[in-house]
Design a protein around this ligand. Structure first.
Ligand code: ADP
Ligand code: MG
Length: 559
């Protein structure tokens, strides 16, 4: 039997690919710049092993030029270039990656920075261009070649004139249509913004001619417009710099530049991991709650970079919900990306990174409790509620991480305290961790039920948030100590004679209590004598698991 090759309508395939892989048109520039950077890297790696080659950093760069009149955008590089065969093989064959082949061939272990691997990035150019022209001269070759294509109808290759080694790619930017405008890809400010967003940490300078206002010579308040060549990218990412050389201000500037928030971050966490999974991360704990934080609109996530190139603006999988307030970025070389780059395969690496990050955040928050309580108090005001939701949600599976981060107002300290602090102060005869729920600290203070516990010299935690009691019920215990509401029928220290006394008193006053129950018309289950009251004449208490406060919350919930 004969095995036949699949035939493909390459025209349609290319079209489909271009329009389905990428969610965002502007990334075409990221792809072309990444290719240019790879091409320069290849010279760099070759020079490491080839003595006849030298690599002086000054002469390697990427240049972006836009011309509105001819509607062209040119991306040129001083990289390794392509021979006629390269053009044919790498640009003429969809899903063929010369860069991947290069990585395999050279077997370089360290400094593996080459980005390309799928052999499709280049075609992203057709999202914004009608025609793409590539002029290239390969290292060690005297001839230059021109590859040209309008996308769908194939390509042509012919010899051309090009003096220097490297590649120059010219995009004929599409005309605007009724619904779509392409003009922006010829605008200086827009191109600068796209470069900054995706390619800020490309290792080689990305240059552009930029119009600037300069004061005229000898005339201070007269300005003239001049064009000067600027490097747009910052090249060395802050997360790859040595922590010791960075100041708080550097991190704050990064936070502002990245627009993670408008506040000053409370704390930064800089992580460099070089183990089973390699990654760098800079995380921030903000001070203020974003205005939409406790709404459905708020989107958690960290920026995700693969080798300095932005892949995803908000990678939600990197943060658990209870740490959704954390801002920042992660960069890793080890991620297995699929061709769209935006779509990460749900792989082990990403999960490992997420787990690792989670631990670091928790431990940093813990140390903040110890070392800078004022900051932690400010943090807790904004995000404490989220931590409590975290304890409560998913059946308390995160309680180990979260229980030490919780704080409640203390009757004794008159401020927020942790459970650890509470337990450390417990007198030996105290069995339970006591709490009282209510609308505000002032109201709880006046609750009759708190008196008898406070008189014993026991501390009471005040629960004023709807979620408090639910979260604590999920915890059940802290450090082997159970939680107990002050309105519970068993407080663990009832006076012994009381039972007989109350029985007798109840009999004596049966008529009165029956009358009271009648008057309250089914609003109470029974009226009883209590030994718990000190200065208050009566109090309400509940039977069973649900406290009065929880009942209120449950009653408010939609069925
Ligand atoms: P990838 O970058 O994933 O390999 P691309 O479609 O972006 O896929 O590029 C295909 C191939 O074309 C690259 O692997 C590389 O061999 C070659 N190429 C693209 N752009 C350039 C360039 N500017 N200089 C040299 N080679 C390039
Ligand atoms: Mg590429």
């Amino acid at each position: 039997m004969e095995t036949k090759q699949f035939k493909a309508e390459s025209k349609r395939l290319l079209d489909m690919m271009i329009h389905s892989i990428y969610s965002n048109r502007e990334i075409f520039l990221r792809e072309l710049i990444s290719n240019a950077s790879d091409a320069i890297d290849k010279i760099y790696y070759k020079a490491l092993t080839d003595d006849s080659l030298s690599f002086d950093k000054e002469s390697y760069y990427i240049k972006i030029e836009a011309d509105k009149d001819s509607r062209t955008l040119t991306i040129s590089d001083t990289g390794i270039g392509m021979t006629k065969e390269d053009l044919e093989n790498n640009l003429g064959t969809i899903a063929k990656s010369g860069s991947l082949a290069f990585k395999k061939e050279t077997e370089l272990k360290d400094g593996y920075d080459i980005i390309g691997q799928f052999g499709v990035g280049f075609y992203a150019a057709f999202m914004v261009a009608d025609e793409v022209t590539v002029m290239s001269k390969a290292l060690g070759s005297d001839e230059a070649y021109k590859w040209q294509s309008t996308g769908a109808d194939g390509y042509t290759i012919e010899p051309c004139e090009k003096e220097t080694i490297g590649t120059e790619i010219t995009l004929k930017i599409k005309e605007n249509t009724e619904d779509e405008s392409y003009d922006e890809y010829l605008e200086e400010y827009r191109l600068k913004a796209i470069i900054k967003k995706y390619s800020d940490f490309i290792r080689y300078p990305i240059k552009m001619n930029v119009t600037v206002q300069k004061p005229k010579e000898n005339k201070e308040d007269e300005f003239e417009e001049i064009t000067e060549e600027q490097t747009i990218n910052s090249m060395v990412p802050i997360w790859k710099k040595n922590k010791k050389e960075l100041t708080d201000e550097d991190y704050e500037n990064f936070y502002k530049e990245k627009r993670y928030g408008f506040d000053k971050p409370l704390k930064h966490i800089h992580i460099n991991v070089d183990g089973a999974v390699r990654y760098n991360a800079i995380l921030f704990i903000p001070e203020n709650m974003p205005f939409d934080y406790y709404t459905k609109e708020y989107e958690k996530g960290l920026e995700l970079y693969s080798n300095g190139v932005l892949i995803m603006e908000k990678c939600a999988d990197l943060l658990p919900d209870y740490f959704s307030f954390v801002k920042g970025m992660v960069d890793s070389e080890d991620l297995s990306l699929n061709i769209s780059r935006e779509m990460l395969q749900q792989d082990r690496q990403l999960k490992l990174i997420a787990k690792n990050i989670n631990k670091k955040i928790a431990s940093q928050l813990k140390s903040l409790i110890k070392d800078d309580r004022e900051k932690y108090d400010a943090f807790y005001k904004s995000f404490g509620r989220q931590l409590k939701y975290g304890v409560y949600s998913e059946f308390g599976t995160h309680k180990d991480v979260l229980q030490d981060l919780l704080m409640f107002y203390s009757s004794m300290e008159k401020k927020m305290v942790t459970l650890k602090e509470y337990v450390s102060r417990m007198p030996e005869d105290q069995k339970y961790i006591y709490y009282a729920a209510g609308e505000s600290n002032e109201r709880i203070e006046k609750l009759p039920q708190t008196e008898v516990v406070a008189d014993k010299g026991y501390e009471i935690l005040y629960f004023t948030d709807d979620v408090d009691e639910f979260a604590i019920r999920m915890l059940q215990k802290y450090d082997e100590k159970e939680f107990r509401s002050v309105s519970s029928s068993d407080l663990g220290f009832e006076a012994e004679e009381s039972e007989k006394d109350t029985e007798a008193e109840s009999k004596e006053n049966k008529d009165l209590f029956d009358y009271m129950k009648d008057v309250l018309q089914g609003k109470v289950k029974s009226v009883k004598v209590s030994k718990r009251l000190k200065s208050h004449p009566v109090c309400l208490s509940t039977e069973g698991e649900v406290s009065i406060e929880m009942e209120k919350v449950l009653n408010q919930m939609p069925d």
